[in-house]
Write a protein that binds this ligand. Structure first.
Ligand code: MTE
Ligand code: MO
Length: 316
């Protein structure tokens, strides 16, 4: 496996939050940081990862632009999942025993038919298909991942949004017992994200339950996570328990944490720098030289028309 050194990665969006994370710590959280931050850094591979990647498979080896898939080891051992830790290379270990069953996803708000879905019923009702997508993290790195998932619009049609529904709000699990990072009060848990209804209904927007032909491991957002490939990775919220249709734009965890840095839209856009670093290029994990970042992460399919009447510099 290619070793990814943190020094190769542009200082992350965690910088500010990491400082807050550390300065605002209580004793419990401090010991968690010591355990989580110092143990076995850089050697995330364990049996579950080895077993997972040994049987990894994908229908194609390249994405729609002809670029190769990111190797399985990197996809399952280099993760952002702050509910566990801010250390990407420790997420896999700290989430290894995370229980994802029983699990339900409650869908409600401005809908005619609110429903609570048991996770085991989803594959039958919404058969997963493979989608090979680029994932571009706002921090400046990217991967190409073969997801298994289904279009979110299929699930939304089942619950029948009312005419007042304009936005979708997603919520991750809140359970500090099982997610040690949530014992820090730096972030206003749970992790929340949102989409405009037309973005949510777009066929590229999926709910993923697997990758590389297998069920998701906890570090990638098991048992169900969102994937919106034309937006920065933080929009692709993991371990979803609740989906609500709303009239007003929801406030995401990142908007609440740093509103000047993370807007609601978060469309990948090389011409709009993050306040603390440029977004014109990225490091594809597994490659040495940087690549140019593409508008909407290289996705067309009518994505631009979603934002026809908007100034993407103001609505970032
Ligand atoms: N609940 C939750 N979802 C999350 C995050 C998180 O910390 N918590 N991190 C986001 C970020 S910043 C990225 S880049 C992607 C990473 O997904 P991956 O680890 O599966 O590659 O998950 C996103 N979804
Ligand atoms: Mo990210």
């Amino acid at each position: 496996m290619e070793k990814i050194r943190s020094s190769e990665i542009t200082p992350e969006h965690v910088y500010l939050s990491r400082r807050r994370f550390i300065t605002g710590l209580g004793a419990v959280a401090a010991s968690f940081m010591l355990l989580g931050g110092c143990g076995r850094r850089g050697t995330p591979s364990d049996e579950s990862i080895a077993a997972f990647c040994a049987s990894a498979r994908a229908g194609r080896r390249i994405d729609d632009l002809g670029d190769p898939l990111t190797d399985c080891q990197s996809v399952v051992s280099y993760n952002n999942f702050y509910e566990f830790t801010l250390e990407k290379e420790d997420v896999a270990r700290l989430s290894r025993d995370f229980r994802t069953s029983p699990w339900t996803v409650q869908v409600g708000g401005l809908v005619n038919r609110p429903q609570t879905f048991a996770i085991e019923d989803l594959p039958r009702r919404f058969p997963p298909e493979e989608r090979i997508y680029r994932l571009r993290c706002v921090e400046g790195w990217s991967m190409v991942i073969p997801w298994l998932g289904f279009p979110l619009n299929k699930l939304l049609k089942e619950v029948e949004p009312t005419s007042r529904a304009k936005y979708v709000r997603f919520e991750s699990l809140y359970d500090p017992e099982r997610m040690p990072g949530q014992r820090s009060r730096v972030f206003d848990w749970p992790y929340v994200e949102g989409l405009r209804l037309d973005e949510a209904m777009h066929d590229l927007t999926i709910l993923a339950s697997g990758l590389y032909g297998k069920l998701l491991l906890p570090q990638n957002g098991a048992p169900l996570r969102l994937v919106v490939p034309w937006k920065y990775g933080f929009k692709s919220i993991k371990s979803i328990v609740k989906i609500d249709l709303l009239e007003e734009e929801p406030v995401s965890l990142w908007m609440a944490t740093a509103p000047d840095e993370y807007g609601f839209y978060a469309n990948v856009n090389p011409t709009v720098p993050h306040p603390r670093w440029p977004q014109s290029s990225e490091r594809r994990i597994g490659e040495t030289s940087r690549r140019r970042t593409l508008l909407f992460n290289g996705y067309d399919d009518g994505i631009a028309s979603l934002y026809q009447d908007m100034d993407l510099r103001k609505s970032f």
